[in-house]
Design a protein around this ligand. Structure first.
Ligand SMILES: *[C@@H]1O[C@H](CO)[C@@H](O)[C@H](O)[C@H]1NC(C)=O
Ligand SMILES: *[C@@H]1O[C@H](CO)[C@@H](O)[C@H](O)[C@H]1NC(C)=O
Ligand SMILES: *[C@@H]1O[C@H](CO)[C@@H](O)[C@H](O)[C@H]1NC(C)=O
Ligand SMILES: *[C@@H]1O[C@H](CO)[C@@H](O)[C@H](O)[C@H]1NC(C)=O
Ligand SMILES: *[C@@H]1O[C@H](CO)[C@@H](O)[C@H](O)[C@H]1NC(C)=O
Ligand SMILES: *[C@@H]1O[C@H](CO)[C@@H](O)[C@H](O)[C@H]1NC(C)=O
Ligand SMILES: *[C@@H]1O[C@H](CO)[C@@H](O)[C@H](O)[C@H]1NC(C)=O
Ligand SMILES: *[C@@H]1O[C@H](CO)[C@@H](O)[C@H](O)[C@H]1NC(C)=O
Ligand SMILES: *[C@@H]1O[C@H](CO)[C@@H](O)[C@H](O)[C@H]1NC(C)=O
Length: 500
């Protein structure tokens, strides 16, 4: 195997990136050193020679040799040094005309595969297997990103080549100076968002994780909007995002995302971008505060887009305490919906101002989901992508999650993603219920073949447990609401969004 150690790279200084694209350049620090050294040596030689001529009779610095012997030795050494340094400097002549210099820069640009197979066993770690030679810009608590051109890229543009949709190692990237763009390259103007997603852009959880850092960048950079998006999954091009995600981005940026398909470009023709931002670590590196601000922005923009009131006191429809049962159909739906609805309805009725609403995630439009969430203080729903909608509730709202039998052992850390998004978007995850009963798997419980049994399992109910749990959550929400009204400093009431 190779001896390239990702661990070593991860510990190198943060803002650095490997300078592998252009081994020869007028601006390379190595060459400048060579030229400087040559000048210093030349000066020294002249100096020594003039000393020699001015003071021919002075005592020799090398007493064991006669002055003339020392002089010839010196001349040999001088020739050697001069011949060496000139030889080293000669391949690049920086006084040449700039056109031929730029041609050399152009010829030296090297395209590397977007997907680096050396890292296929740890595709998400550190620099990732996507654009593996590049390093992200990191600032404490902020989103990790790469921007081109920029100081870390030494003013170079990002260029991409290839339109493969099945194997990311057949698509390529390189950096090029604006004065020496590649022959036949197309320059795309405006701001380009280049997204790396390890999963996909259709699932609303995975899609949101991939685009969320761009919203963070947008918020931090004077709300600059993208002209186009280039979407990659494992370095393979993707030409669409799911409808929900597409509409969320349209709401957030005030324009439907234009997803680049490179239709006017040949397969082997490079495309360079006037300004590009690359994200490949989702929300990694961001502080909780920053994440919440980004979710605040998306929530606010989504409500404006869907004509939903931003402030609860402006809305007549809004119950004091909204409790929503967000149902799934098929996999991970409740086995007996009537019974589950009955339990929560009974508890809700006991609390003044509480309203229970039942919604089906599969047949709500994006704006219906945004509106439903704006009416919700307590979201009750099985584990599944529809829970991603929780960030659309007001901050500090509550989430109750349900799993079918078997998930605990086999689903891995992925089963906690809705705990994470609750924390990131400022919601309160009020725990989960795991059905102890359900279809039995014919293999042992640890066997991964069991996952396909459990994944599509239905969820039962425990009336005693659900009722007690609902009472506790309702009680907390009511107490909090009461406190807030006492201080007249209402919850999450916002009048305008960031980035207006
Ligand atoms: C340096 O180059 C000159 C001319 O190219 C040659 O005559 C001389 O022998 C060389 N000196 C050494 C030490 O190689
Ligand atoms: C460098 O290029 C200039 C202009 O083309 C030329 O006059 C000069 O002789 C070249 N120097 C060397 C060392 O090749
Ligand atoms: C540039 O495009 C022309 C015409 O399409 C083609 O003949 C030429 O080979 C291309 N040059 C490079 C370096 O790709
Ligand atoms: C929001 O309201 C505006 C103006 O009343 C209307 O043009 C627009 O279609 C509405 N948008 C939605 C998503 O209902
Ligand atoms: C669902 O639960 C209700 C109320 O507990 C019960 O009456 C009904 O028979 C159950 N339905 C099924 C199909 O088990
Ligand atoms: C939504 O789906 C549920 C079940 O999947 C169905 O009972 C309900 O009628 C649907 N509602 C609409 C408005 O289509
Ligand atoms: C239902 O939940 C209650 C309270 O958590 C528990 O004591 C009881 O054993 C559960 N019943 C079943 C059948 O699991
Ligand atoms: C309400 O908020 C204002 C600032 O928004 C603050 O100055 C005031 O102390 C708060 N009042 C209470 C009772 O917390
Ligand atoms: C959410 O709850 C926390 C802790 O009780 C409180 O400090 C914060 O102000 C609340 N945020 C909003 C937006 O209500």
């Amino acid at each position: 195997m190779n001896n390239y150690s990702p661990a070593f790279h991860r510990h190198k200084s943060l803002k650095q990136e490997k300078n592998i694209m252009l081994p020869f350049s007028c601006y390379s620090p190595k060459l400048s050193l060579y030229i400087l050294a040559t000048c210093v040596i030349l000066l020294m030689l002249l100096q020594i020679r003039s000393l020699h001529t001015v003071l021919p009779t002075s005592s020799s610095p090398l007493p064991s040799l006669s002055p003339s012997a020392s002089w010839s030795l010196f001349q040999q050494w001088q020739n050697l040094v001069l011949n060496r340094t000139l030889a080293a400097a000669s391949p690049v002549n920086c006084t040449q005309n700039p056109d031929s210099m730029n041609q050399k820069l152009r010829d030296s640009i090297t395209f590397l595969p977007l997907k680096d197979l050396r890292f296929s066993n740890q595709p998400l770690d550190g620099h990732t297997w996507f654009m593996s030679s590049m390093y992200d810009t990191r600032e404490e608590g902020e989103v990790q990103y790469q921007q081109f051109p920029s100081e870390p890229s030494k003013g170079r543009f990002l260029c991409l080549k290839g339109r493969d949709t099945h194997d990311g190692s057949w698509n390529y990237y390189a950096l090029a100076w604006p004065e020496a763009l590649l022959t036949n390259a197309t320059l795309m103007k405006g701001l380009t968002f280049v997204s790396y997603n390890h999963y996909n852009y259709d699932n609303i959880w995975h899609g949101l994780s991939a685009v969320m850092p761009f919203v963070a960048w947008h918020r931090k950079n004077s709300c600059e909007k993208p002209t186009r998006w280039v979407l990659y999954h494992w370095g393979e091009l993707r030409f669409k995002m799911g409808t929900w995600l597409n509409l969320l981005m349209e709401a957030t940026f005030g324009q439907a995302p234009y997803i680049e398909e490179f239709n006017d470009v040949d397969d082997d023709q490079p495309v360079c971008f006037e300004k590009a931002v690359v994200m490949r670590h989702n929300e990694g590196g961001m502080s909780r505060e920053r994440r919440m601000e980004v979710y605040d922005l998306m929530r606010c923009k989504a409500r404006v887009y869907c004509n939903v009131s931003l402030d609860r006191s402006d809305s007549d429809e809004r119950p004091d305490i909204g409790m929503t049962l967000l149902m799934r159909s098929g996999a991970r739906s409740f086995r007996n919906e009537t019974a589950v609805i009955g339990v929560f309805e009974k508890e809700c009725k006991k609390v003044k101002g509480c309203r229970l609403m039942v919604a089906y995630s599969n047949n709500l439009t994006f704006c219906q989901q945004v509106k439903q969430m704006s009416l919700t203080d307590i979201l009750i729903s099985p584990h599944g992508a529809q829970l991603t909608n929780m960030f659309l509730m007001d901050r500090n709202s509550s989430v109750m999650e349900f799993y079918p039998k078997g998930w605990l052992k086999l689903a891995g850390v992925g089963q906690y993603v809705y705990h994470w998004i609750a924390s990131w978007s400022g919601m309160r995850h009020r725990g989960e219920w795991r059905d102890p009963n359900g279809e039995s798997c014919p293999y042992s419980d640890e066997d991964h073949r069991c996952m396909s049994f459990y994944k599509n399992g239905l969820i039962g109910y425990n009336e005693t447990h659900f009722a007690e749990w609902a009472r506790n959550v309702l009680n907390d929400v009511q107490t909090k609401r009461f406190e807030e009204e006492g201080t007249k400093n209402g919850t999450a009431s916002m009048k305008t969004c960031d980035c207006n």
